[in-house]
Design a protein around this ligand. Structure first.
Ligand code: CP
Length: 309
């Protein structure tokens, strides 16, 4: 299967997803030096812990090398006024693939138009975060053994959340899923996503309260209120509205899972003991899955022979 630029989650067919899961499962058990001699550039104009480090670890574990700028806004020539398009054309001469995070929606798509090497979108403003959605569905598949007939509550700042947007596109590819959007009125899921779900016949509804939906959801996908992307008025209205703590966790079914793209702040307030021992807490397993899914993705994009051929 040919995969070049990864810009939005809609690119992934169910067949491609399951191929990726298969490779991730194998790479979890045994690493391989199949990307020896290849170079990955990570070009991040916004902060990151998981995405950048897991991509870099993934490349190193596959025998490749990494060239990185973790604060491209200040420490690349962007600060001197260089355009993104010029940066991409230059960087493409130094590497085999660019993983890029940018504060502007659509930046990854623009970069892909001038790039000679594959561009992987590691988050573009309020747009998409496709590789997060890949690790999310991989986690769901590992936890539930299926990607259909699930009830998923997406909770928090759905207006700014690029992870939930990318996840909706993937969940819409499987039958029988129901999505419950739980957000304050001022931070609702975008109309473009709701239109897409309607077009695909995916059932969804919008709620403002969290407690009443907790007993019915298979997956509670919590998200952070993104202070950096919204007005201070919107932030104050939403802050502390949705919290999973020692009280609200009792409303969640024993077979359900709590997911979160992380980082979490006050919307998760559980003890270390609960986070380590309660099977419903899936977000640390989810973050670890990111390493294997990104190894599989790099293998798929950069390795014509594949680690497993
Ligand atoms: N989930 C996620 O994108 O985390 P980072 O911002 O730490 O990369």
């Amino acid at each position: 299967m040919v995969l070049n630029h990864v810009i939005e989650s809609q690119q992934f067919t169910p067949e491609l997803l399951f191929e990726l899961f298969k490779r991730a499962d194998k790479l979890r058990l045994k690493s391989d030096s199949c990307l020896k001699g290849k170079i990955l550039v990570t070009l991040f104009y916004e902060p990151s812990t998981r995405t950048r480090m897991s991509f870099e670890s993934a490349m190193l574990k596959l025998g490749g090398s990494v060239v990185s700028t973790e604060n491209a806004k200040e420490f690349s020539s962007a600060i001197k006024g260089e355009s993104l398009s010029d940066t991409i054309r230059i960087v493409g001469a130094y590497c085999n693939c660019v993983v890029m995070r940018h504060y502007e929606t659509g930046a990854a798509l623009e970069a892909s138009k001038v790039s000679k090497v594959p561009i992987i979108n590691a988050g573009d403003g309020k747009g998409q975060h496709p590789t997060q959605a890949l690790l999310d569905v991989y986690t769901i598949y590992r936890e539930f053994g299926r990607l259909d007939n699930l009830k998923i509550a997406m909770v928090g700042d759905l207006a700014s959340g690029r992870t939930v947007r990318s996840l909706c596109y993937l969940l819409a590819k499987f039958s029988g899923n129901t999505i419950i959007f739980v957000s304050p009125e001022n931070l609702r899921m975008g109309e473009d996503i709701k239109d897409h779900l309607n077009k695909k016949g995916v059932k969804f509804r919008e709620e403002v309260g969290l407690d009443k939906i907790l007993p019915e959801a298979d997956i509670i996908y919590m998200t952070r209120i993104q202070k950096e992307r919204i007005s201070i008025q919107d932030y104050k209205k939403a802050k502390g509205k949705y919290v999973i703590d020692s009280k609200t966790i009792n409303l969640i079914r024993p077979d359900a899972r709590i997911m979160h793209p992380l980082p979490h702040v006050e919307e998760i307030d559980l003890s270390l003991e609960t986070e380590e021992n309660d099977k419903r807490v899936a977000y640390f397993r989810q973050a670890e899955n990111g390493l294997y899914i990104r190894m599989a993705l790099l293998d798929m994009i950069l390795n014509k022979e594949s680690c497993f051929s």
